[in-house]
Design a protein around this ligand. Structure first.
Ligand code: DOR
Length: 445
């Protein structure tokens, strides 16, 4: 039996902020209240002056294992996640080999069981010819099925319309899509290659992967989902135009079509390419500033349901290549909560809303079993943050295997002091406990 007592915290949970103590026993929250300081526990954390939040659940990360471990491993990136307050991740299938069979998927779970300090789930991948394998996926212990409806890192494009139709019609569970219309992107790339040759600047990226490519693909996904009543979740929305595809007139629990926005699309805009170049090259691209403003508006009015990262580490050398060859993707998972807390400090979003979008909503969207809220009987996935401290992103404190961040030099007005993963103190004031292991997610569906 192990027990943990957190006292004197300001608890941010379910739309409220209040004083609370939390007693944790054997991985679960046993009691929430005030005046619990008399209880005896193996470990007591005095959280006076700090906010206690449910741990962040990131529904879109690329941890690169197996096959791309020169960029990252499940073990390395899970540590970075936990240091930043993310207790749970859902990982994408564009590893090598791609996670296209139940056997390959099971191998990823086995690696995480051995090496992940955070809780985990892995998406099943789709290709033009693995429908039977996809249909064997167990909705109770796998987060979802991923479809690349536009190619990105890893050659996993599903471009046969009949295959798409069948996956949408038959999927036993949530489908998460990357939406960019391939033909539109290819045609634009040809035009820009003719204009710039090999020497193209990174700032053309949102023109090569343009707003129309996003809308065309997202609207097709929505059309298919409506036709087949599919549980669809569209990842990393980037444009104002796509936002008309999403509703805020029904509660999240009733939505069949949900949406995600990523921190880098809320933080950066096309104005940043001249400063940061290929460091912020990613798919879908970071777009013109009016899109960012529209994403914020839709996030606050609940057309956008979830905030995630699409954490996509590449080596520094891979990012130094010329625009056409530089790998697309940004490492972000260590800094997503800090970025949103900085946004809260700026008055752009409330703490309650940060928690709603980063913890409650992912749990609801995916119907995760007993996580995402600070509730008695739920798993104790918790994070303590101090808004009186600052965090400066630098090479010395970046935990990604790739060793760099597009945020280097930024000072964010918040610090994560403790992260508790399934009841275990996994991170405390700059130190990770590498004996801690996260749990595989279960789903209530
Ligand atoms: O920029 C991106 N990088 N977008 C994706 O969808 C994939 C990711 C990666 O795996 O590198």
């Amino acid at each position: 039996m192990s027990t943990l007592l957190i006292i004197n915290a300001r608890l941010v949970n379910e739309g409220q902020i209040r004083d609370a103590d939390v007693f944790v026993k054997d991985g679960f929250i046993e009691q929430i209240g005030t005046g619990l300081s008399g209880l005896s526990a193996d470990q007591v954390i005095d959280a006076a002056g700090q906010y206690l939040l449910p741990g962040v659940i990131d529904d879109q990360v690329h941890f690169r294992e197996p096959g791309l471990t020169h960029k990252a491993t499940i073990g390395s990136e899970a540590r970075a996640a936990v240091a930043g307050g993310t207790t749970t991740f859902m990982e994408m299938p564009n590893t090598v080999p791609n996670a296209l069979t139940q056997e390959l998927l099971a191998e990823k779970y086995a690696i995480a069981e051995r090496s992940s300090i955070a809780n985990y789930s892995f998406f099943m991948g789709t290709s033009n010819d693995n429908l039977e394998e996809v249909l064997r996926t167990d909705p109770k212990n796998v987060c979802g099925v991923k479809i690349f409806m536009g190619s990105s890192t890893g050659n996993m494009l599903v471009d046969k319309v009949n295959v798409l139709e069948e996956v949408f019609r038959q999927s036993p569970m949530l489908i998460a899509t990357h939406c960019e219309d391939e033909a539109t992107v290819r045609a634009a790339a040809e035009r820009y290659r003719a204009e710039y040759g090999d020497d193209a600047p990174a700032r053309i990226h949102p023109l090569v992967r343009d707003e129309e490519a996003c809308y065309k693909s997202s609207s097709l996904a929505v059309e298919l989902a409506k036709r087949y009543n599919t549980r669809l979740h569209i990842l990393h929305l980037t444009t104002a135009k796509e936002l008309s595809l999403f509703r805020n007139d029904i509660p999240l629990a009733e939505k069949r079509i949900t949406s995600e926005v990523c921190v880098h699309h809320l933080w950066f805009s096309a104005d940043d390419y001249d400063r940061l170049g290929n460091r912020i090259k990613c798919n879908p691209a970071i777009k013109a500033p009016h899109n960012r403003a529209a994403l914020w508006e839709a996030l606050l009015d609940d057309r956008l349901d979830i905030i995630a990262t699409d954490h996509a580490p590449h080596t520094w050398a891979e990012k130094q290549e010329s625009y056409w060859h530089a790998h697309a993707g940004l490492p972000l998972v260590q800094h997503s909560l800090l970025l949103m807390l900085e946004a809260a400090q700026q008055g752009r979003i409330t703490l309650e809303k940060v928690v709603q979008k980063m913890s409650h909503a992912p749990a609801d969207c995916f119907r995760i079993d007993r996580r995402g809220y600070v509730r008695e009987g739920y798993w104790a996935d918790l994070v303590l943050v101090d808004l009186g401290q600052t965090s400066t992103v630098s090479k010395e404190n970046i935990l990604y295997k790739c060793g760099w961040s597009p945020l280097e030099g930024e000072t964010l007005r918040a610090a994560v002091t403790h992260t508790i993963v399934s009841g275990q103190v996994a991170y405390e004031k700059g130190r990770l406990d590498d004996s801690v292991r996260g749990k595989r997610l279960a789903f209530d569906r």
